[in-house]
Design a protein around this ligand. Structure first.
Ligand code: HEC
Length: 200
């Protein structure tokens, strides 16, 4: 009785192991099939593909229209003024507080652990050049994309944007455009032109 139970358990474990492996292997394998063709094109494995096919694929890649920085910045600007960003229903956008990449002045309210605090609204001019740095009440070390997400969650009451998406990169590209030519100074504090007394 004990032996069969042990056997069943072991069987269960190994079965789980197998199914976990296959389900984990399933998706990346599919994603890889696209990627491996690319690496064959460019890498040491290119002999695996007939030269005619290599030539055709290179031609295809060369004819693809490249994305541009200015196109990304434009897409980011749209997100910046989108009042539904992150599915938020507060009818606010980044522009509500950081109009034109500056600050509308004043302080924003923020709740943390039951406390309400006032936080000075900084300008975004030069802000991107100050990341990574510790931010938020927990002083977590964050990069620009995570900072943008903090504002989406805290001030827009929306859901964060997946950092592995074009949207996240585009929004960061727009915010970074306000730091063009600025000195890179990771860790530097936010810039508040006219601080509100009593606000952080
Ligand atoms: C309700 C006002 C408000 C809205 C809306 C808002 N922010 Fe902010 N933002 C702030 C405040 C306040 C801070 C400062 C937070 C702190 O000091 O902890 C800040 C900080 C930042 C910073 C860091 C600046 C620095 O130099 O440290 C960036 C970048 C930023 N916001 C981007 C955005 C983006 C992008 C959006 C839209 C997704 C957005 N913000 C929406 C109020 C707002």
């Amino acid at each position: 009785m004990k032996k069969t139970l042990l056997f069943m358990m072991l069987g269960g474990v190994s079965l789980l192991g197998i199914s976990a492996c296959s389900s984990m292997g399933g998706q990346p394998a599919m994603a890889e099939s696209g990627g491996s063709e690319m690496s064959m094109d460019m890498g040491a494995d290119s002999y695996l593909m007939p030269p005619a096919k290599v030539k055709m694929m290179m031609k295809m890649m060369m004819s693809m229209k490249p994305d541009t920085l200015s196109a990304g910045i434009k897409r980011g600007e749209k997100l910046f003024y989108n009042e539904k960003l992150g599915g938020n229903t507060s009818r606010k956008s980044c522009g509500t507080c950081h109009e034109g990449g500056g600050t509308v002045g004043g302080a924003a309210q923020m709740k943390w652990k039951g406390m309400t605090m006032k936080v000075n609204i900084p300008t975004l001019k030069g802000a991107a050049a100050h990341f990574p740095k510790p931010m938020g009440p927990m002083k977590a070390l964050v990069d620009l994309e995570s900072m943008n997400n903090m504002c989406i969650m805290t001030f827009l009451k929306g859901r964060p944007i997946n950092k592995n998406t074009q949207q996240s990169i585009d929004l960061a590209a727009y915010v970074t455009s306000f730091s063009k030519g600025k000195r890179l100074e990771p860790g530097k504090e936010k810039t508040v032109p006219r601080p509100v007394p009593g606000a952080m």
